[in-house]
Design a protein around this ligand. Structure first.
Ligand code: NAD
Length: 421
């Protein structure tokens, strides 16, 4: 095992590059394409002046990184957080390229972020920052160029502001410029739940593959945001036993199973899971290493590292978040024979439904929710089968198989297109 410092281990760009290099080597990717695909196409940095509610002016730094447009317009979310870095956005952008290729949808990869603390900003400040950020990116985004979506701390409202700002600049309504919009302005039915639904479909496939069943599967989920709460809700309804939910500031644990329906109502009313009395309070970090069958990290990066991987008890890890497991932790988990479904497959339900939203916006014809869910299920099941059979055929783990499959698809498109001179 290669020794790396903790700082290097938890740098998402290094984490991405470590897996990319390994997969590219296994594929015998030629050196030229290796160089093309290892680095992003374009990185935009903007400094956004925003008038705050008290009349002062604040300047926020924002990023948009487009990793690849080889297979179609760049696609990827926008994250608002105080600790967003360019390296993180770069990693997330390249993961989007690989994710779209794994599920075989016609997009490249991008990601955006603004360094800010949305919890300390008013709605008006968030709106002005979002609009100015969008205006700064107006020449780089668009339905045929780069299509943003929500990510951590951004939501349907933020997408509505982005769509409106872009449309004002274009002098026409352009719904397909972003996905994850409200239903009333070109959003897709089923999009809000799609990442969680995709995770459940992948969990079902993993259980089938390993000869397990839902009712005997004890699940711990980290994160109760868009991804975690929808996964928990759908999986509870489907018969899984959710025994733990980890959140910032403490988690919930009930070995007999948490009543997620009741927690869902509680969180809807109180905007937090804290104070829910159907489970005992348990430290979030402790929950990651608590005995369970299936662990779903659905919060943020670097949750499973060299510091806790050897204490993980789960037999299966399905990565709801992007980059929750470091490359060093991968090696430790491989020794423990944990079945990992990597982020670029496991959480691809979100971008798949975003693709459906983009198609519907461009068609001007909107699908029934059952059609969205059916198409999503078809793509997720097929992609799981593709990755698992690729892993078996090449004698690699699921993560490296997913990277190899994706890199192979993107590289063959670039080979056919050729390098424009
Ligand atoms: P979100 O902001 O809706 O929710 C994140 C949740 O995680 C919040 O409840 C937050 O309190 C919690 N959290 C953050 N840090 C935590 C920590 N250290 N420990 C415990 N809980 C923590 O974000 P989301 O959209 O649910 O995204 C979660 C992850 O899934 C991110 O990695 C994101 O990139 C990824 N993802 C999201 C989508 C999507 O459609 N929203 C799609 C694919 C991947």
């Amino acid at each position: 095992m290669k020794t790396v410092s903790l700082e290097q281990e938890i740098n998402p760009w290094e984490a991405q590059a470590a897996r990319f290099d390994l997969a590219a080597k296994k594929l015998n990717l030629d050196e030229g394409l290796w160089k093309v695909l290892r680095y992003p196409n374009r990185e935009v940095i903007v400094h956004i002046p925003v008038q705050m509610d008290d009349g002062s002016i604040e300047v926020f730094t924002g990023f948009r990184v487009q990793h690849s447009i080889a297979r179609g317009p760049a696609k990827g979310g926008i994250r608002y957080a105080p600790d967003v870095t360019l390296d993180e956005v770069r990693a997330l952008a390249s993961w989007m390229t690989w994710k779209c290729a794994v599920v075989n949808i016609p997009f490249g990869g991008a990601k955006g972020g603004v360094i800010c603390d949305p919890r300390k900003m008013s709605k008006g400040e968030l709106e002005r920052m979002t609009r100015r950020y969008t205006a700064e990116l107006v020449e780089f985004i668009g339905p045929e160029k780069d299509v943003p979506a929500p990510d951590m701390n951004t939501n349907e409202q933020v997408m509505a502001w982005m769509m409106d700002t872009f449309s004002m600049h274009m002098r026409q309504t352009v719904t397909a410029v972003v996905t994850g919009k409200p239903l009333s302005m070109g959003g897709s039915k089923g999009r809000r739940e799609a990442t969680g639904r995709g995770i459940m479909i992948i969990c079902d496939e993993a259980l089938k593959h390993l000869g397990m069943n839902r009712e005997d599967t004890r699940v711990i989920i980290q994160g109760f945001g868009n991804v975690g709460s929808n996964a928990a809700h759908l999986m509870h309804q489907a018969g899984y036993k959710v025994i733990g939910i980890g959140e910032v500031g403490g988690g919930l644990y009930n070995p007999a199973g948490i009543d997620i329906e009741a927690l869902w109502d509680y969180a809807g009313k109180h905007r937090t899971i804290h104070g829910f009395n159907g489970a005992e309070v348990r430290d979030t970090a402790e929950l990651l290493v608590t005995d369970c069958d299936l662990l779903i990290p659905a919060a943020t990066e670097n949750q499973i590292t060299s510091r806790n991987a050897d204490r993980i008890k789960a037999k299966i890890i399905v990565e709801g978040a992007n980059g929750p497991t470091t490359a060093t932790a991968d090696d430790i988990l491989a020794d423990k024979k944990v079945f990992i479904v990597p982020d670029i497959l496991a959480n691809a339900g979100g971008v798949t439904a975003s693709y459906f939203e983009w198609v519907q916006d461009r068609q001007g014809y909107f699908w029934k929710e059952s059609v969205v869910n059916e198409q999503l299920e078809h793509i997720m099941r097929e992609s799981f089968a593709d990755v698992v059979s690729y892993a078996q055929a090449h004698d690699v783990n699921n993560r490296i198989a997913a990277y190899m499959l994706a890199i192979d698809r993107v590289a063959s498109t670039i080979r056919q297109r050729g390098i424009y001179a």
